[in-house]
Design a protein around this ligand. Structure first.
Ligand SMILES: Cc1cc2nc3c(=O)[nH]c(=O)nc-3n(C[C@H](O)[C@H](O)[C@H](O)COP(=O)(O)OP(=O)(O)OC[C@H]3O[C@@H](n4cnc5c(N)ncnc54)[C@H](O)[C@@H]3O)c2cc1C
Length: 379
């Protein structure tokens, strides 16, 4: 039962967005920037964002050499190039909106470690650099094998090192905190602990049913438009979409005495990734060890994958110094038949933006901007 005051001040909005991940918050930011007078509400089921955006590795990346080559084997060249451009523009947009300082951006470059089985990629390096000149002013990929020993990697396993001069990394927590603050400064209301159960659309408005934990009942919010930014959890609301969950498991070490590398690193065709966080190493990945088991929305780590990550750390990445694991966690990504994100009208009043795969840091701001433009074109 709501009070008169609640009904008059808390319930009705121009736009309601479900999901306070990078896509939901970027959409709120883009709408608020274009139309400051719009009443916008973001509804988040978790007390914190509870998907991928506060759990990720913080790579500001757009595709490693082997990943782009793999994409080119299955996808038309123009589509791959388009996606690289979207990711790169998305990163620039994020940096511009919030500022490098506020997202902890470090433009140290990215690297890919090649083992014996990925050395084929070096034959394609110049061709890919030439192809990427459509977007980047100079060569993206440069061979830096002399760094393999300097960085302390196991030279039996790592046969080549390719540097990507345009990659960087962010402090994921700092970025999300800044984005959260930014949209609130723009007048957007964010409510957490609010799980959207369902909605009902009619010609005048849309009614959104939200679980109220305190009373064990629900509250009906209303809006002119709804934007669904629930990523891997979208099938719970809209079951027929091509969205498949993909869990990502991550660990972080205690600070090392003598960490020998800085930057963001891809390994084994991008299935593993690691970076420095101060004097610590953050390492994640390994979905390829159990694709089926990792098609899960459960925010849990599993022993086989964490053990594998620990082995990789000791054997390949940091064989020169003992490491202690400080913390481990999991986040949930969304994948589909293609790597193109979904940005579409689901119905006359409901927009959908989801499925950034493993590159939502890069794509999130672009998706938010597109969703905002689509929405405002309707008005
Ligand atoms: C381990 C890991 C590492 C990654 N590393 C990188 C990286 O280095 N670089 C990169 O670019 N990308 C990376 N990604 C991918 C990136 O994090 C995601 O693509 C991006 O965060 C997706 O953002 P989103 O807003 O679409 O989804 P999410 O962040 O998942 O947000 C969706 C939100 O919707 C909420 N929600 C769901 N259902 C409901 C409901 N019914 N009612 C209310 N709220 C609901 C969820 O709680 C969640 O907070 C990584 C992902 C993971 C898991």
């Amino acid at each position: 039962m709501l009070s008169y005051w609640e009904t008059t001040h808390f319930i009705a909005y121009d736009v309601i967005i479900i999901g306070a991940g990078i896509v939901g918050l970027s959409t709120a930011a883009s709408i608020a920037e274009k139309h400051p007078q719009k009443k916008i509400l973001v509804l988040e089921r978790g007390l914190l964002p509870t998907g991928a955006s506060t759990k990720n590795a913080g790579f500001a990346c757009f595709g490693s050499l082997t990943e782009l080559l793999a994409d080119l084997r299955s996808t038309p060249e123009t589509a791959v190039l388009d996606l690289v451009q979207e990711r790169y523009l998305g990163l620039l947009a994020l940096r511009q909106r919030l500022g490098d300082e506020n997202i902890g951006y470090e433009g140290l470059g990215g690297y890919e470690l090649l083992g014996e089985k990925e050395l084929y990629a070096l034959d394609e390096l110049q061709r890919i650099n030439h192809w990427l000149k459509a977007i980047f002013p100079k060569d993206v990929f440069v061979l830096e094998n002399d760094q393999i020993e300097n960085f302390g990697f196991n030279t039996q396993k790592v046969k080549a090192l390719v540097r990507n001069t345009f990659e960087g990394q962010i402090d994921t927590g700092k970025m999300m905190q800044s984005l959260w603050g930014y949209v609130q400064q723009k007048g957007v209301r964010i409510l957490t602990g609010c799980e959207v159960l369902a909605w009902e659309e009619n010609p005048q408005s849309i009614t959104i049913k939200v679980q109220n934990q305190a009373t064990k009942t629900h509250i009906d919010f209303t809006a002119q438009h709804l934007v669904v930014c629930t990523n891997a959890f979208t099938p719970q609301l809209l079951p027929k979409l091509d969205i498949r969950a993909g869990r990502g498991q991550v660990l972080i070490t205690e600070p090392l005495k003598n960490l020998r590398f800085k930057g963001a690193f891809h390994y084994d065709e991008g299935f593993f990734y690691f970076r420095h966080v101060g004097q610590r190493i953050l390492l994640g990945g390994g979905r390829n060890l159990d694709f089926e088991g990792e098609t899960s929305t459960e925010l849990l780590t599993t022993k086989p994958i964490i053990n594998y990550l620990e082995e990789l750390l000791k054997d390949v990445i940091c064989p020169y110094e003992p490491v202690t694991i400080a913390q481990q966690w999991a986040g949930i990504m969304a994948f589909g038949a293609t790597k193109q994100p979904i940005v579409q009208w689901h119905s006359p009043k409901v927009l959908l933006g989801a499925r950034c795969g493993g590159m939502g840091v890069a794509l999130g701001s672009r998706l938010g901007e597109k969703l905002a433009v689509m929405l405002l074109e309707k008005n």
